[in-house]
Design a binder for this molecule. Structure first.
Ligand SMILES: [Zn+2]
Length: 380
């Protein structure tokens, strides 16, 4: 940790800034903010349970992740919180090992890093996005029920699979025609509006941004996002939407929550296909950012599964998650960004909950209740 702190001091720039910083923690964070290159943070939560054996242990599965690692840092000994997909995923965002079972489907009570960023940095809702592959559990990372944080500090949330499908394409085709919408179409339109969720929609400004978002979604349908089909299509849509969100809205914070790898319970082969497809989509997102002059030098990525999977196949030739093995308990966390070291594999044990604290430190926000640490030897 000493190293991280020393680097913060160096990144704080002039000695006067550093001295000021010592006098005031907030001033310290602001000094860091001014001098560092990271202006945007993207978290990719591969939240369907993915073992390191099928990622960096099998480089042919993940050529894009491998080239991202070459330009960043990988922590192959990242301890996961194994409490079911939802609890383990939520932990990445709260920095606390969440005591939630696999079937829990309610918001947590611990603030998420999204709320820390919005409250701490005064970010607008439009600065902060969550793109999920569908389902309420994934969307629940966007804000908690904590009384000091909560919905008013939530993210815009887009549920890719709920909206980018053939039904909506048909709706869009008809919206252009001078015809009254039938009740089924109105229901679809309402579903589209409902799929854009977040805190505090209500004022005139919010309505204007809501309409901007609706236009984005309609454009997205025109671009053919609903045509992504087959195994892993829900995750693919979440990645595609995220890529376009970054290009159009240029948010300060974006997270993708994918989950299709969990087909592994029934089929190892299908799981590997999802791992490969998600790697392709990750590559597409990465290339889109690198080819954008503004985004390329200012965007930092954190990519990790919420936990791994069992060491051995089950009787269906699939992979569950519950054996307590190292394959399950340790994942590989990849960090890549303009302020990070390049091409390093750090063997020190870290934890998935460290992402919350590290991201907040990088952004200059206080992760008040989080119990993770700042990742060691991350900063260049
Ligand atoms: Zn599962």
């Amino acid at each position: 940790m000493a190293r991280f702190d020393r680097r913060e001091l160096l990144m704080g720039g002039a000695l006067s800034a550093a001295s000021l910083a010592l006098a005031s923690p907030l001033g310290f964070a602001r000094a860091l903010q001014r001098s560092q290159k990271t202006k945007r943070i993207v978290i990719v939560a591969m939240a369907g349970g993915v073992r390191t054996r099928e990622t960096i242990g099998s480089p042919a599965n993940v050529p894009n992740l491998m080239r991202i690692i070459e330009q960043g840092v990988v922590y192959p000994r990242t301890r996961a919180t194994n409490l079911g997909h939802f609890g383990a995923t939520l932990s990445i965002f709260t920095g606390i090992s969440e005591p939630r079972g696999i079937r829990d489907n309610v918001r947590g009570t611990d603030p998420t890093l999204i709320e820390y960023l919005r409250k701490g940095l005064g970010l607008e809702q439009g600065d902060v996005w969550v793109s999920t592959s569908g389902g309420a559990q994934e969307a629940n990372v966007s804000y908690s029920l904590h009384p000091d944080y909560g919905a008013r500090y939530g993210a815009n949330t887009v549920d890719g699979d709920g909206i980018f499908n053939a039904e909506f394409k048909n709706l869009l085709d008809r919206l252009g025609r001078p015809k009254e919408m039938d009740p089924a179409e109105l229901v679809l339109l309402e579903r589209m509006r409902a799929s854009i969720t977040g805190g505090g929609v209500g004022g005139a400004e919010d309505m204007a941004s809501l309409s901007k978002v609706e236009h984005f979604l309609l454009d997205e349908l025109r671009r053919g996002t609903q045509d992504l089909k087959g195994l892993g299509a829900s995750d693919a849509k979440a990645f595609r939407v995220a890529r376009n969100l970054l290009a159009v809205f240029r948010p300060r914070f974006l997270t993708i929550v994918a989950r299709d790898a969990d087909v592994a319970h029934g089929s190892f082969n299908n799981y590997v296909q999802v791992v490969r497809r998600n790697d392709e989509m990750l590559g597409e997102l990465w290339d889109s950012v690198q080819s954008d002059p503004e985004l390329a030098g200012s965007t930092s990525f954190f990519i990790l599964p919420e936990f791994g999977r069992d060491a051995d196949l089950n009787e269906r030739r699939g992979l569950d998650h519950g054996d307590g093995s190292d394959d399950l308990r340790y994942v590989s966390l990849v960090c890549c960004g303009p302020d990070f070291r390049r091409g390093e594999s750090i063997q020190e044990e870290v934890a998935t909950i460290d992402v919350c604290n590290t991201v907040c430190a990088l952004a200059g926000a206080e992760a008040r209740y989080a119990r993770g640490k700042k990742l060691p030897r991350l900063l260049a």
